[in-house]
Write a protein that binds this ligand. Structure first.
Ligand SMILES: *Cc1c(COP(=O)(O)O)cnc(C)c1O
Length: 342
């Protein structure tokens, strides 16, 4: 039996694992702004591929702190766009990609008293690393062999390393798992760097991917990610659009409702299993990073076979039937052919 587990981090307040780090960051900003410190912080800002801004806006709204979010126009899901809008954040929709938003927010926060909440901020990483500790606890401190995490800006792959390494230092465990960072082939600067034997890092312009939360060409935490991968004998794998959508849809057939990023991680798993890198009996944890409901648009496109150059082999479109008994019976008999005992 394969020893395969999916750690669902998307069942959280705003529907992605970004909540883990953002609670820590916003709590600290709240402390800084309050007596006795009374720091003149006017608000908290971030550039986002959707989930970071959702988490920031929710916790800032709860704390009464203004949130300012920079989002790339048309590159995030509708659900992710409406989250900060509903929570009352100042939402700037910018005609650029995530990397462009990131450059702008860094310039702006250098001029204005806005606290920068992107994951180069170590408070975020301190919160994100709790997922690693929780995994170990859930396995009774038995260390899994592999952890597969989808990566974009690459703060999280490092955060997982930090969590595992902390537990090793505290002697709760005696080793750390091997990390796999899974990237979309359309946004794969880390993968190419890995393939070059860590010789040559080139930032890129990321192409569109259904895994929109990791559509990043110039990851802020590149050095930390490389450190984490080297320290854990890690691997970087990539997934094409078809591979990630198929993997996501196959997972859904088991009762999950995975997001496309989880699809990237699952596709990486399939490839590594096929190549024999991950053995059947290796205990492997795939990190599911967001709730599938945030990405229903792409799921609908897949199941309607509306995606150009994609076979959508697991598509399950609804059947349009006339609302009369005969028509319904015809469809069901055909569908259940041989499985009906009439
Ligand atoms: C942020 C995010 C990731 C990747 O995390 P990074 O730290 O940017 O590498 C993966 N999946 C989802 C859903 C995310 O929101």
């Amino acid at each position: 039996m394969p020893d395969l587990w999916v750690k669902h981090c998307g069942i959280s307040h705003t529907g992605s694992f970004k909540d883990l780090g953002m609670t820590v960051l916003v709590s600290q900003v709240n402390r800084l702004r309050s007596a006795p410190l009374n720091r003149p912080i006017a608000g908290v800002g971030c550039a986002s591929t959707g989930d970071t801004s959702a988490a920031l806006s929710a916790y800032c709204a709860a704390a009464g702190i203004p949130a300012i979010v920079f989002l790339p126009t048309d590159r995030i899901s509708l659900a992710q766009l409406v989250q900060p809008i509903a929570n009352g954040a100042t939402v700037l929709s910018l005609d650029t990609d995530f990397d462009g938003c990131m450059r702008l927010i860094r310039e702006v926060t250098a001029e204005l008293p806005i606290y920068l909440a992107n994951s180069l901020n170590s408070l975020r990483l301190e919160g994100q690393k709790t997922a690693a500790i929780e995994i170990l606890q859930q396995f009774d401190w038995e260390v899994p062999d592999w952890i597969i995490v989808p990566g974009g800006n690459l703060g999280n792959i490092y955060a997982f390393y930090k969590g595992f390494e902390m537990c090793r230092e505290l002697e709760l465990v005696d080793r750390v798992p091997r990390l796999v960072c899974a990237q979309a082939a359309n946004a794969n600067p880390l993968y190419l760097y890995y393939k070059s034997g860590w010789a040559d890092f080139k930032p890129m312009v990321a192409a569109d991917t259904f895994a929109s939360a990791i559509q990043i060409g110039d990851p802020v935490s590149i050095d930390r990610a490389v450190f984490a991968l080297k320290a854990t004998d890690g691997i970087v794998e990539e997934a094409t659009e078809e591979e990630l959508m198929d993997a996501m849809s196959l997972a859904d057939r088991t009762g999950m409702f995975a997001c496309p990023h989880t699809g990237v991680a699952l596709a990486a798993l399939f490839k590594l299993r096929e190549r024999g890198v991950i053995k059947t009996n290796d205990r492997t944890i795939v990190v599911s990073t967001a709730h599938g409901l945030k990405f229903s648009q792409s799921k609908v496109a897949y199941h309607s076979k509306e995606i150009a150059n994609m076979a959508c082999q697991y598509a399950n479109p609804p059947v349009n039937v006339k609302a009369n008994f005969g028509a319904v019976m015809d469809v069901l008999k055909k569908k259940l052919d041989g499985k009906l005992c009439l």
